[in-house]
Every structure is written in C-alpha cells, then in structure tokens.
Design a protein around this ligand. Structure first.
Ligand code: OGA
Ligand code: MN
Length: 201
C-alpha cells in the first residue's frame, strides 16, 4: 500500500468539520485490514527494542507505564502511516493554516495494568506539536479490556474512545487526555504533526 492519496475510508470533509467543531476526529477502519495486520507484525518483530516511555534522559516519571519504540526508516510498514499523515498534514495546513512541517511517531505497547495519566501532549504551547494522532493496531479489543482513551474536547466535553483495532483518533495536541488502565496488551502508533519551530526539546 503506497500513500500517494489518502485511503478511501478517510472522509476529509467530515474529518476537517469534526476537528473544527470539536478539536478531534475519529476514523474507523482507517486502512485495509491487511495493512493493520502487516504493521502489527512489524511491531511484534521489534518488541525487544521497546523502551520504558516513562524514562527519558535518565529521568523517571510515573505518569505513564507503557513502552515505546520510535519509528524510523528501519520500520518501513509503519513509515507508510507517517507518509499518509504527511499527506493529510497538507490538507490540514490548507484548511486551518497550521504550518505543519513534520511528522514524528512511535509504537506504544501497554501491557496488563499499564496506563498514561491525564496530560496534554503540548502543554502551554511549550513544544511544536500541533495535532496528535493514535492508530490502534492490535487485532481485537473487547469492551471490558479497559485501555480507553479519555479525551476532553475543545468545548470541555469528555469522551471515552475505545481503542478499536484499525481506528485512528486525531486531536489537537493541547487537549487534556489519558489512557485508562489496560487489561490486555494494547498496541498503537502515536504520531504528532509538528510545526518544526520548537525551541524546547
Ligand atoms: C500519547 C497518548 C493515547 C492513546 O501517546 O501521548 O496520549 O490512546 N496516547 O494511546
Ligand atoms: Mn498523549
């Protein structure tokens, strides 16, 4: 699958409307299921390279207990998702003048009991993340497995989003959100669309 155009399942007008009205949008069956299976397999092949997300530059934080692996060109299947998001960024820039220049992404794995406490990806415009996206790539998710994304929209209304397989959630990086405790292995790609103007690292 090459991403010279957005997947058919992406209703661009609807996505832009939702982002404009609520600050977030959801795309179900974002890719052909074959792509979900391939990227899931690529993720599985690199499981032993994941690192604790709560430890950065030797500093330990207890806000999150998941493990992550940054995506680069050694992960060509996941890279295709980044290409699609790069294309999508052009539409966002045209519609909202967001000035997005870069996409950065990592795989995330939440094992039994793991979570990510309430946070914003870009608190007080401290970094250059403009839009956050999360793509869920596990093959199955049941209602009572937890691991929901709880998100406050731009009108301060709370939403609970189940991490349905092959679902892509897109939201403003300044919105408050959390990942509730997961009872099964939960696999995703988090990607940020960035302005590339960061003075903060
Ligand atoms: C994140 C995040 C939400 C999710 O990685 O910053 O908030 O549903 N992820 O995985
Ligand atoms: Mn987040």
């Amino acid at each position: 699958m090459r991403s010279h155009s957005l997947p058919d399942s992406w209703n661009l007008d609807q996505i832009l409307d939702d982002l404009n009205a609520h600050g977030f949008a959801i795309i179900n069956q974002a890719y052909p299921d074959q792509y979900r299976a391939q990227v899931s397999q690529e993720c599985s092949h690199h499981m032993d390279e994941f690192r604790e997300a709560g430890i950065q530059n030797g500093v330990v934080s207890n806000i999150r207990s998941d493990h992550i692996l940054w995506i680069n060109d050694q992960l060509p299947i996941a890279q295709q998702h980044i290409e699609t998001l790069t294309l999508f960024s052009q539409s966002l820039n045209q519609a909202f003048y967001l000035g997005i220049k870069e996409v950065e992404a990592h795989f995330a794995r939440y094992n039994l009991g793991e979570f990510y406490a309430l946070h914003r990806d870009n608190p007080q415009q401290k970094n250059d993340r403009i839009i956050s996206t999360v793509y869920y790539l596990h093959p199955e998710w049941q209602e009572d497995w937890g691991g929901q994304l709880r998100l406050q929209d731009k009108n301060e209304k709370w939403h609970i989003v189940n991490p349905e397989p092959n679902r892509l959630v897109i939201f403003q990086s300044d919105l408050l959100h959390e990942v509730l405790i997961s009872k099964q292995q939960r696999l995703s790609i988090t990607a940020w669309l960035r302005s590339g103007n960061s003075i903060w690292v």
